[in-house]
Design a protein around this ligand. Structure first.
Ligand code: GRF
Length: 196
């Protein structure tokens, strides 16, 4: 019987992290989990096209948590991965799915994180502060933005002359696209073992 952990990936944008998850699953690097569903926060985002191209079921749910919960329940989702998802989830939602939601953030938390720190902003802030090392963090999601338990982190060096765009790309390539699939497998295995 297939008792792999059922994963939903929630997206709002280009979906390169979603793509990294899809590619990792195809390479056999997420043996304990299965990307079952992709949920977009709005229409016409490229992440949904990536899901379509990969043959993964996808839906759009606007800011409607009751709808979100019913879709997740219908599909028996056990692990929620926020991969560039820009909607803040309520305390009720994060409590309902305690230890079952992970997020990727493009800095070494607790630096350059929290409300409003998304997109290029963490990279702009890192450059402005003059840090020499930044990176990415995968963490559990609770009611505090970027405040849940840290699962994995990876450092990335800042180079002289970096712009926020250049740094964003390096952090994605060197850290985000590696960490998120690793964390997906780590959580999937844990959840699967707990069922066995
Ligand atoms: C990434 O930098 C991720 O860390 C974040 O938002 C960005 C999403 O990029 N929180 P993509 O949609 O996965 O390409």
């Amino acid at each position: 019987m297939n008792n792999k952990t059922k994963i939903a990936v929630l997206v709002s944008g280009g979906g390169t992290n979603l793509q990294a998850l899809i590619d990792a699953e195809r390479r056999g690097e997420i043996p304990d989990g299965e990307i079952t569903l992709v949920i977009g926060s709005r229409e016409n985002i490229f992440a949904l096209e990536r899901a379509e191209n990969a043959g993964i079921e996808h839906v759009v749910v606007h800011k409607d948590e009751a709808k979100l919960i019913s879709v997740l329940e219908e599909h028996g989702i056990e692990l929620i991965i926020l991969a560039g998802y820009l909607t803040i989830l309520s305390e009720d939602f994060t409590k309902k799915y305690a230890d079952r939601i992970i997020n990727i953030h493009p800095s070494l938390i607790p630096s350059f994180c929290g409300k409003g720190m998304y997109g290029l902003k963490p990279h702009e802030a890192a450059l402005q502060r003059g840090v020499k090392v930044t990176g990415a963090t995968v963490h559990l999601v609770n009611e505090i933005p970027d405040g849940g338990r840290i699962l994995l982190q990876k450092a990335v060096e800042i180079q002289p002359g970096d712009t926020a765009e250049v740094l964003q790309k390096r952090v994605m390539e060197q850290a985000e696209w590696k960490l998120l699939p690793q964390a997906a497998e780590m959580m999937s295995r844990e959840i699967r073992e707990a069922k066995a």
